[in-house]
Design a protein. Structure first.
Length: 232
């Protein structure tokens, strides 16, 4: 069931994106994206788990029997999440305090188990890693976009406190977009996440509808031309 890398990338970044296509992992998406920095941190943690879980599941796919595959996959994911959780606590403790319970809850993220079951367990290692990479990258990008929009409207900044949460190497991405801005509180609160996510999903849906309409027009034009020529 091998799939081309281009299709894998397109699925992960757009058509089958964890949030925009599958509408999964909405709890952390809405809870931690009050700033772009938090979204980036959560996205990178999930990104690491996706790649490693896909890798491990693909490596053992021929050994694990179908009857016990789901409990084994959950065990793999739980072990990987524990490693990621302890690593963030050790090296990025400020970010760990901000994300809190949402890092261990990656275990319950249906997208992680879904990729292990639907893709990694049926494909070779290189394709499984590519799938984890593209799905994780797509998830991270959406979290950063949502967090960035909410942060700019809510606080007038972008990637605020990135150096303290993610390390001093991220100091260069801290920006003040609107100097002297007093903020729009609702965007920093959970309702802001619903508003921004709803708008993004609506825009994607509108784009897909327009794309299908254009393709239908392109496909029907040769048929009309043939009909006209046959009638004439």
């Amino acid at each position: 069931m091998a799939t081309g890398y281009r299709q894998i990338t397109y699925d992960g970044l757009w058509s089958n994106n964890i949030i925009l296509g599958q509408t999964l992992a909405l709890c952390p998406t809405l809870a931690v994206t009050n700033t772009a920095t938090n979204g980036l941190g959560m996205g990178l943690a999930t990104f690491a788990v996706l790649i490693m879980s896909n890798l491990v599941v693909s490596l053992f796919r021929d050994i694990i029997t179908p009857e016990v595959r789901i409990p084994i996959f959950v065990l793999f994911i739980a072990g990987i999440v524990t490693i990621v959780d302890m690593s963030i606590n050790a090296w990025l403790h400020e970010l760990y305090k901000v994300l809190g319970i949402f890092i261990p809850l990656i275990v319950t993220n249906c997208a992680i188990l879904g990729r292990a079951e639907a893709f990694a367990s049926k494909n070779p290692v290189r394709h499984a890693i590519a799938d984890g990479f593209s799905m994780g990258l797509g998830f991270t990008l959406v979290l950063v976009v949502i967090g960035g929009i909410r942060e700019i409207i809510g606080h007038g900044t972008l990637f605020a406190n990135a150096s303290s949460l993610l390390g001093h190497s991220f100091n260069f991405i801290e920006m003040t977009i609107i100097p002297g801005y007093h903020g729009f509180l609702i965007m920093a609160l959970p309702p802001g996440g619903f508003i921004v996510l709803g708008i993004i999903l609506a825009l994607k849906q509108n784009h897909e509808i327009r794309k299908k309409s254009r393709l239908a027009t392109v496909n029907i034009e040769p048929m009309l031309i043939n009909m006209e020529s046959s009638l004439s």
